[in-house]
Design a protein around this ligand. Sequence first.
Ligand SMILES: [Zn+2]
Length: 179
Amino acid sequence: MKFTPEEMITAMQNDDTSYDGKFFVCVKTTSIYCLPSCKAKLPKPENVVFLESREQAIVAGFRGCKRCRSEFYPNTEPAWLEPVLRTIRLSHSRKLAEQALADVAGVDISTIRRYFKSYRNTTPMAYHRRIRLQYAHTLLQNGADYLTAAYESGFESPSGFRDAYVRHYGYPPGKTDGH
Ligand SMILES: [Zn+2]
């Protein structure tokens, strides 16, 4: 370790971003590892172990912090997220199997679900449904009829489309002045 404990404690207390990635703050009481700059509640120095690398923290049984996203530093997002989001957006007019997302991501579907839950407060499939409903909404605004909008956004039944649409927009499809 290239820093003294005093220096690391000071960096942690000052939320000093210049130390991010240079060491990790592992909190024994929560089993979470943080970046030095994490804005979460400051742990007591006696509950902290400083480790040089994320790998060491993981091996020691610590989990990434949702607040400072220590799991993904220096990237704020995992590498597989972009292809997953692109696949979801491009699938605005059809149903999508969750496994297709795991395939493009090259990670387990549970990893994708966990990421969406933690960082986006939704599920991949709920996000996909929202994209389809937004597409249907655009079609309706452009003059498409209700059944066409349902079909073109990948809904198999008009009633299923209507229910999902009402839940999302708060008014039935076709009502452009719903607000
Ligand atoms: Zn943190």
